[in-house]
Design a binder for this molecule. Structure first.
Ligand code: NAD
Ligand code: DAU
Length: 379
């Protein structure tokens, strides 16, 4: 079958990538979506069970660092777009093992860029109609200070903002904020962002970079705060709060990020950068209390019964204090708006994890890593 577009989504078996793949496969039956994923510990094909048999979907197990394989896939599938999400994504792991982060996030991105360059430059039309879209993070901007530790009424709101409308400072990361990464994770993402922009500036590749705030929602690996804590509360295990729990993160529902990616892939300006976020700042300890209350209520436990699971532990090394994204450019220029208010989003998320205990058990037992062998090996 001839498809209108052939798009590689890297990291499509991960948390955000699986939402992007699902959205594109469902919304664009005339696009061929090639999910290219190495299936590291973070990749889980069960995240895509509902769409795995669609005629416009192909899964390819491959490493983005494997230049020859990427080159071969570009040619075989006549790829005209890349949406690049594959990465090592967990800050705590980067502190223990920075090499893996440099390899995947920097060298892997470079290998994709170089394969796209050689393939697209070999075509008669060159870069026309092509797009290399790199998904990055707000962490590249460094950390903001907690200038208003008690919180102030936020000067900006979106549908995603919580009813509490708090900001913990008056400054925000804009697209002009100077890069100042602190962790090996954010340093590797910053480096990959620079390579992407260099390929535009040097070779004229049509690139786009976006920097998003913390995502939450279904299918997130339970090493990250929200799914880890939901699972621990359910099993009445301690909740390890780093430092004083005062650090601030800016939370966006994952499907709103996926919708932004769709919009920017199609309508974003080449060589431009867009920040993505919903003006929804939370201190860790406050969001943890909301999660405890929600889990207890949905499980029919006594109100606040599990508050004593909160356990303050040694802080993360170099722990960034506050992230807060200014996404007004994306709202102004492309009309993007988050669709879900935080209170709805967190309820939906907690309910999803409680209703999908089998998914969680598969991940925590390690069984999810056999899914590829059972489903794909002989295809
Ligand atoms: P994730 O860890 O859940 O998924 C990463 C995926 O990449 C996995 O499926 C993994 O198997 C795959 N992968 C890793 N190394 C690979 C390699 N060498 N070759 C091919 N595939 C490989 O990550 P996530 O949270 O979904 O984040 C996706 C992207 O979005 C990352 O680039 C991350 O930096 C960025 N981001 C994440 C957030 C967030 O809150 N999670 C926020 C902003 C930006
Ligand atoms: O800001 C975007 C980034 O958000 C993404 O680029 C990263 O890929 C993603 O992992 C996320 O990074 P964080 O470090 O902010 O997410 P994490 O869920 O690991 O932690 C959220 C906050 O909670 C952070 O301040 C550390 C704290 N924390 C985390 C864990 C796992 C705890 O206090 N205890 C924990 O056990």
């Amino acid at each position: 079958m001839e498809f209108k577009r052939n798009i590689i989504v890297t990291g499509g078996a991960g948390f955000i990538g699986s939402h992007v793949v699902r959205l594109f496969v469902n919304k664009y039956p005339d696009y061929h979506i090639i999910n290219l994923d190495k299936l590291t510990y973070a990749g889980n094909l069960a995240n895509l069970k509902d769409i795995e048999d669609r005629p416009n979907y192909t899964f390819v197990k491959a490493d983005i660092c494997d230049f020859d394989r990427i080159m071969q896939l570009m040619q075989e599938h006549h790829v005209d777009g890349i949406i690049h999400l594959a990465a090592e994504s967990h800050v705590d792991r980067s502190i223990k093992d920075p090499f893996t982060f440099a390899r995947t996030n920097v060298m892997g991105t470079l290998s994709l860029l170089q394969a796209a360059k050689l393939y697209w430059e070999s075509l008669p039309e060159g870069y026309e109609g092509k797009r290399f879209y790199h998904i990055s993070t707000d962490e590249v901007y460094g950390a903001l200070e907690l200038t208003n530790p008690e919180g102030i009424e936020s000067p900006f709101t979106t549908k995603a903002s919580s009813e509490h409308h708090h900001a913990y400072g008056t400054d925000f990361f804009t697209e002009e904020t100077k890069y100042n990464p602190h962790s090996p994770y954010s340093a590797s993402k910053a480096s990959s962002d620079h390579f992407v922009r260099a390929f535009h500036d040097t070779y004229g590749m049509p690139t786009i970079v976006t920097n998003c705030s913390n995502n939450y929602g279904p299918y997130q690996f339970p090493e990250k705060l929200i799914p880890l804590f939901i699972n621990n509360i359910r099993h009445r295990k301690p909740l390890p709060v780093y430092g004083k729990g005062e650090n601030v993160r800016d939370w966006l529902y994952v499907e709103d990020h996926a919708r932004a990616i769709d919009l920017i892939f199609h309508e974003g300006k080449v060589a431009d950068t867009y920040n993505i976020g919903g003006f929804n700042e939370w201190k860790n300890i406050d969001i943890i209390k909301v999660v405890i209350k929600t889990v207890d209520r949905l499980l029919g436990r006594k109100e606040d019964e599990d508050m004593d699971l909160i356990t303050y532990v040694t802080d993360r090394k170099g722990h960034d204090m506050r992230y807060a994204i200014d996404s007004r450019k994306l709202q102004r220029e492309l009309g993007w708006e988050p669709s879900l208010q935080f209170e709805e989003g967190i309820e939906k998320t907690v309910r999803w994890y409680l209703d999908h205990q089998e998914w969680m058990d598969n991940v925590t037992s390690g069984d999810y890593q056999n899914y590829y062998d059972s489903m794909y090996k002989d295809r």
